[in-house]
Design a binder for this molecule. Structure first.
Ligand code: G3P
Length: 219
């Protein structure tokens, strides 16, 4: 399973990229606004830090302008992936841009039939938002299960990767992996939570206390 960072914060991305565990980055207009930085420059910077796909979202609502914006954003770097919303216009833009070889991430997906349409429109990634569904008492992980099962029924014709978005906790990551989702995009704080366990901390301090008693040093 691939791990993307769901942030536009350069410092956070730098730190995560150093681990070698980062396969890509997703941004959206809200994450860009949070940085207070220039959109194009921010995407350019992120693309220089990460080899994998970096999602940059269009803000136009009609497909013709989405295509113009998508073409402009795709010129920033070869690893830019254009994000379009799951609307009729977004699907039209997805079809046109993907047909000209540009990678597309279709975002704001909340149903399996929406995901199916995005796959048929040639999306490289479909982004179902699990946290926002859970927020309204929906079943975020149930949606992932449905999409993964549907895509698995058509391995020869649907090659879109399921990118689980709006992740709020380590449990969302665990469940995504169990269901066979292709990618999770995770906020940096949640990504760090994945590495921590109280028994690891406890075990490490007792190992170090015992090591002190030996009076030895490795270097
Ligand atoms: O990748 C989409 C994600 O940023 C949305 O997350 O937490 O705003 O629902 P959230």
């Amino acid at each position: 399973m691939k791990f993307f960072a769901d942030t536009a914060n350069i410092e956070e991305i730098k730190e995560l990229a150093e681990t070698g565990l980062l396969d890509g980055v997703t941004t959206n207009p809200s994450l860009i606004a949070k940085t207070g930085q220039d959109f194009i420059k921010t995407i350019e910077n992120i693309c220089s830090l990460v080899e994998g796909p970096v999602s940059a979202e269009v803000t136009a609502l009609d497909h013709k302008m989405m295509i113009v914006e998508g073409e402009k954003l795709s010129k920033i770097a070869p690893n830019v992936c254009i994000k379009v919303p799951l609307t009729w216009d977004g699907l039209k833009a997805c079809k046109a841009l993907s047909s000209s070889g540009i990678n597309i991430n279709v975002t704001l997906c909340f149903s399996a039939t929406q995901a199916l349409l995005a796959a048929k429109a040639g999306a490289s990634f479909i982004s179902p938002f699990v946290g926002r569904l859970d927020d309204i008492s929906g079943n975020g992980m149930g949606l992932i299960e449905d999409i993964v099962n549907i895509f698995n029924n058509y391995p020869d014709t649907l090659s879109t990767e399921v990118l689980v978005a709006s992740i709020r906790s380590p449990l969302h990551v665990l469940e995504s992996a169990k269901l066979g989702a292709d990618v999770v995009t995770v906020p940096p704080n949640v990504l760090k939570m994945l590495a921590s366990h109280p028994l690891t901390d406890k075990g490490l301090s007792s190992f170090l206390a015992d090591w002190e008693k030996t009076g030895q040093k490795i270097i």
